[in-house]
Design a protein around this ligand. Structure first.
Ligand code: C2O
Ligand code: CU
Ligand code: CU
Length: 555
């Protein structure tokens, strides 16, 4: 692709065969913007400080009822997948889809389910949508039926019964829709909740730091959204936007637009889920211009052995990061912002392949080449964005210390021999692929033996975008990263290019353009009979358009 810039190449791919390509949506201003401080809201050119002043909505926190209400999973008998009205934007009730549970006469929306390892979960999902759906328990080890994927989706008006034991480590799992082809839209319209599993290590940490869920131990679900003029969630994607994945015009936390949290000078735990359809974040805490240290304590599969001190961590769609922020270490009294720092999601495209020097993209003059792929008004992927304003309001007596030992991780080592290779690519006609395959619900191109240990090599093309690769059924360990972009390599803390979160168990791993990631898997589970699981990109638009394969675990 000598003279053609890779971004142009990607754009061309995206529009290959697309009749009536979008891009004709009018740039519209969300209605709520008028109620702000009278400043431009979506312009990337606005100085951060001006944008940051607009963080005037109290962060929604899980409580006893309403959104994210905390409830023991055992007490939930039914989840009704419902369409209702909800104020995503303050004062603008608009159509929203939610998982609704009634417990003790209280109505819970997208409840935060609590479980302990060993608990039984038995519940009925009732589909009140006008389209098929199914709930997937992301990150859990289940048999294929309870895993909940498109093969088990149920039609409108029908129901599906789950019954399973929580076998996995204490961690922050989540649940979301997984029907064939339309998972992206369903998640986007509101369907997503957390499943927090606890165990002794977890509870020990909570005691050591005096943490209370919903007060000082706070789930943060990060999702970007776009809104119509009336403040309705909008999900209309051109073929080109489907190719890149949905990018919204606002990044919400706990479905709160421009949120703030009043805090005390003490340690906070944030259980962070990137619940976005496609967007990645480079998470940092900053006070003024200064980045604060924070502590990574857990990943998709639960607590690390030791806390890792960091200043920034990438999080791809569907991943979780469990972190501690010690506000006693914030030097000033001004607000602390959780933000996503700038990064380049398609770094290889600005480097000339032959010279290795910055080239084409800038020379060809586009102000922001990513923006060309996004909907009008959308924030380009990799744009610096404030996410949550934390106001330090008080300085209580608090002398707790972050423990140095958190938990023990199961060993997962490399296996001898050649790894199984998977190439993340595209078919040249606007479709992403895995080893050239696109999803076919009747095929399982990969078979592994139950109980086998394997090494998988996930390789992303150079001319590509980051793909958050998710494997159902088993948590894995990252063994090595090669070819990582400089912005990623700079964060490597250990041998083999490993990042701080690679010290933990993962169910989803971000694979950057040009990167090869080796992961170790152990296909042991207690289920007899063959089980089929999904392996896919968790950019939900990629999943929906076929960047997914089924793999079989042969009993
Ligand atoms: Cu979180 Cu196959 O999904
Ligand atoms: Cu999953
Ligand atoms: Cu992808």
């Amino acid at each position: 692709m000598n003279h053609l810039s890779r971004r142009k190449f990607l754009a061309a791919l995206a529009s290959a065969g697309a009749a009536g390509l979008g891009g004709v949506l009018l740039r519209r201003k969300p209605a709520y913007a008028a109620s702000g401080a009278g400043e431009q809201t979506t312009s990337q050119a606005a100085p951060a400080s001006a944008a940051e002043r607009l963080f005037t909505n109290r962060l929604r926190l899980p409580g006893a009822s309403g959104l994210y209400a905390v409830v023991a999973a055992r007490d939930v008998r039914q989840i009704t997948v419902s369409e209702l009205d909800f104020e995503v934007l303050p004062g603008l009730p608009s159509p929203f889809w939610a998982y609704v549970a009634e417990v003790d006469g209280k109505r819970l929306l997208n409840p935060t389910l609590l479980a302990r390892r060993g608990d039984q979960i038995k519940l009925r999902m009732v589909n009140r949508l006008k389209q098929p759906t199914i709930i997937h328990w992301h990150g859990l080890t289940n048999d294929e039926r309870n895993d909940g994927v498109g093969h088990y989706q149920v039609a409108p008006g029908e129901s599906f019964d789950y019954a399973f034991t929580v076998r996995d480590r204490a961690a922050n799992y989540w649940y979301h829709p997984h029907p064939h082809d339309i998972a992206g839209e369903q998640a986007y319209r509101g369907l997503a909740g957390l499943l927090i599993v606890k165990d002794d290590d977890e509870e020990k940490l909570a005691r050591a730091l005096d943490l209370t869920l919903g007060v000082t131990d706070i789930p943060l679900v990060i999702q970007d959204r776009g809104f119509s003029f009336e403040g309705k969630l909008e999900y209309k994607l051109s073929r080109e936007q489907m190719f890149m994945g949905f990018l919204g015009e606002e990044v919400l936390v706990n479905l709160t637009v421009r949120p703030y949290l009043d805090a005390a000078r003490r340690v906070y735990r944030f259980r962070i889920l990137n619940g976005s359809n496609a967007r990645g974040y480079r998470l940092a805490f900053a006070q003024g211009d200064r980045l604060l240290d924070y502590y990574l304590i857990g990943t998709d599969g639960g607590l690390l052995e030791q806390p890792q001190k960091v200043q920034e961590v990438f999080i791809g769609a569907a991943q979780r990061l469990d972190v501690l922020l010690d506000l006693r270490e914030a030097p000033g009294s001004g607000p602390v912002f959780l933000k996503s720092l700038a990064f380049d999601p398609m770094h290889n495209e600005s480097v000339d392949e032959n010279t290795g020097k910055p080239a084409a993209a800038t020379a060809q003059g586009g102000a922001d080449p990513h923006a060309a792929h996004a909907a009008p008004g959308a924030i380009a992927d990799g744009t610096e964005t404030p996410l949550l304003r934390i106001n330090i309001k008080s300085s209580p007596e608090y002398t707790r210390k972050i423990p140095s030992q958190l938990s023990r991780l199961p060993k997962l080592a490399a296996t001898a021999g050649e790894p199984r290779r998977f190439t993340l690519g595209h078919d040249g006609e606007g479709n992403w692929t895995i080893n050239g395959w696109r999803f076919n619900r009747h095929e399982t191109p990969v078979t592994v033996r139950r109980g086998a240990r394997e090494t998988w090599l996930l390789q992303n093309n150079r001319a590509s975008m980051p793909h958050p690769v998710h494997i159902h059924g088993f948590q894995f360990r990252v063994l090595e990263r090669r070819g990582s972009p400089a912005q990623v390599m700079a964060l490597a803390m250990r041998r083999n290019g490993l990042l701080p979160q690679d010290a933990g168990l993962l169910d989803t791993v971000l694979v950057w353009p040009g990167e090869s990631v080796r992961v170790a898997l152990d296909f042991s589970h207690p289920f007899s009979g063959d089980q089929t699981y999904m392996f896919h990109c968790h950019n939900l638009e990629h999943e929906d358009t076929g960047m997914m394969i089924g793999y079989k675990v042969e009993a």
